[in-house]
Design a protein around this ligand. Structure first.
Ligand code: GDP
Ligand code: ZN
Length: 294
């Protein structure tokens, strides 16, 4: 059987891209498949090319993850796009997005766009935040979609991956998408109703680019409250740098427990105050908890 990737999913339409010869077919699921599984963009399928336009889907590979927003399966990277200015960097939003996408078992990467706009002082800000997120355990890339800078490096970084864009409006998601794919594209608007994690009915398209990479035309969250998806005591599991520490209690919430190594690490500067502050803010705890350490 041939392996394909679902790159277009809209209403009754399933577009299948065959990985060996890079052709697009209309996918028709065999009856047994139709009964068992809903098919999403990002699903790997197996089947047969029955004529020059048609791919008969015999089997859908088990998904490694599934994002509700946008509805894409097997996402390797979520590109969280932000800027230092225009719009101004919102680190609270960034930390909420990181928590939510970690929770969906996707790997977020941070892209700072519009680096062409920064003066020396703002560049220092970019370096500060880059250090904070690198220390926390994230990859951080700098690009300027306007000047086409850092785009080749980003393309190389994403080789072989299925990715989607996320982040607030105006940061340059459409511009980055156009640069990666090489044609003028708009990321689609998503209605407010779908903002709340409901499955969207709009279709998603994945565009091939680079070396066997694919990127979605529908963006992920532009703003999100981590507590919409998680209980307060689960949030600690999605702050990557917290997982490096062994607190006295394995279920330590890093707030008031004795023998908390995370708080110790904040105190001695190993964990950034900005990150710990946002953790406390996300779980709606007492600000005094970070104020007394930072
Ligand atoms: P989106 O809402 O995240 O999809 O953002 P857009 O791609 O629509 O970009 C918003 C605005 O920022 C547009 O006016 C773009 O031309 C501009 N823009 C995008 N990337 C850059 C960049 O790297 N540098 C500068 N100076 N402007 C950019
Ligand atoms: Zn602790």
């Amino acid at each position: 059987m041939k392996k394909g990737l679902v790159i277009d999913r809209e209403a009754q339409m399933i577009g299948v891209y065959t990985l060996d010869d890079k052709k697009t077919y209309r996918g028709i699921p065999r009856k047994k498949v139709l009964k068992k599984t809903k098919i999403y963009a990002g699903d790997y399928v197996y089947g047969e090319v029955v004529d020059e336009n048609t791919f008969a889907i015999e089997q859908v590979e088990e998904r490694k993850n599934f994002l509700v927003r946008p509805p894409v399966a097997n996402v390797d990277k979520v590109l969280i796009v932000s800027t230092i200015k225009m719009p101004e960097f919102d680190n609270f939003l960034m930390d909420n997005l990181l928590v939510v996408y970690e929770h969906f078992q996707t790997d977020p990467v941070i892209i700072f766009n519009k680096i062409d706009l920064l003066n020396e002082e703002e560049k220092a800000g970019l370096e500060k935040w880059t250090q904070i997120y690198t220390d926390a355990g994230y990859d951080v890339l700098w690009v300027s979609a306007a000047r086409n800078e850092g785009i080749q490096k980003l393309t190389d970084y994403l080789e072989g991956m299925i990715c989607v864009l996320a982040g607030p409006s105006g940061v340059g998601k459409s511009s980055i998408l156009s640069r990666l794919v090489g044609v003028q594209l708009e990321v689609r608007e998503v209605s407010e109703k779908t903002e709340r994690g409901r499955h969207t009915t709009t279709g998603v398209k994945l565009f091939p680019f680079g070396e066997n990479s694919f990127i979605g035309d529908t963006p992920g969250f532009s703003s999100v409250d981590a507590l919409y998806f998680l209980k307060p005591n689960e949030v600690r599991l999605y702050f990557r740098e917290f997982l490096r520490y062994d607190c006295k209690f394995p279920d330590c919430t890093h707030t008031r427990e004795p023998g908390c190594q995370v708080r110790e690490a904040v105190k001695n500067g190993e964990i950034s105050c900005e990150r710990y502050k946002n953790y406390i803010k996300i779980i709606k705890e007492d600000p005094a908890l970070w104020q007394e350490l930072c």
